[in-house]
Design a binder for this molecule. Sequence first.
Ligand code: SAH
Ligand code: DHB
Ligand code: MG
Length: 228
Amino acid sequence: MNIDLFEAVDHYIDRLFVAPDLSLEAAIKAGLDAGLPQIQVSPGQGKLLYLLAKLCGAKRILEIGTLAGYSAIWMARALPKDGKLITLEFEKRHAGVAYDNFRRAGITDKAEIIIGPALDTLKKLRADNVPPFDMVFLDADKEGYKAYLEEVLHLVRPGSLILADNVIRAGGVLHPEKGDAMVKGSAAFNAALAADKRVDALILQQVGIKGHDGLAIAIVKDGAGKAA
Ligand code: SAH
Ligand code: DHB
Ligand code: MG
């Protein structure tokens, strides 16, 4: 493994395909200045989320784990004028930074932050019978991923796209018994996703400026989700 080379190639790809963007850069800086952890998706991963949202023609997107709103801004940019992104965050401070970032990016009409523990919010969205989401991005605590998946499957429709970040953890998921809570959570999620008859799924292994990790990609099958 040559991590330096993977990082250099990541920067090369970003230079070619990720146009400089003042509000995305300001979002990173605001997170840094507020002392938030710098664990947002990379620019290239943000562009991938944007492309996937466009590809599935998403009008309604759900994100679990807002942080400073960096990935949310990327996804909101892919929405049509009447589109909507709901992002869930339990740290009020993170949500505050994200809201300012949404304002700077001009997406407050499309993007809503719901503050609270994600599992509670997901259950409430289900009880409120909200319209199905076309795309869902899991990126909060990995220990919660498996439970989030179960709830999310009641908030989507056949054909919806479900994505989950950080599901490889530098290969830690090969030996979850030796790993931390994050590794165990991601490994449990991967096993549940693979076994779930309601989705068709795969993990995309990723290397680059965030090290070695992976993005799970799942499509909700016919007969599954809300509309079933
Ligand atoms: N998606 C963001 C990064 C999210 S980091 C981006 O790429 O820009 C993970 C976030 O999930 C953190 O802000 C953390 O506070 C939040 N989080 C962790 N556990 C949570 C929970 N149980 N409910 C809601 N949010 C949670
Ligand atoms: C880490 C990275 C992430 O993308 C995330 O969502 C949570 C944690 C990390 O590397 O610690
Ligand atoms: Mg992540």
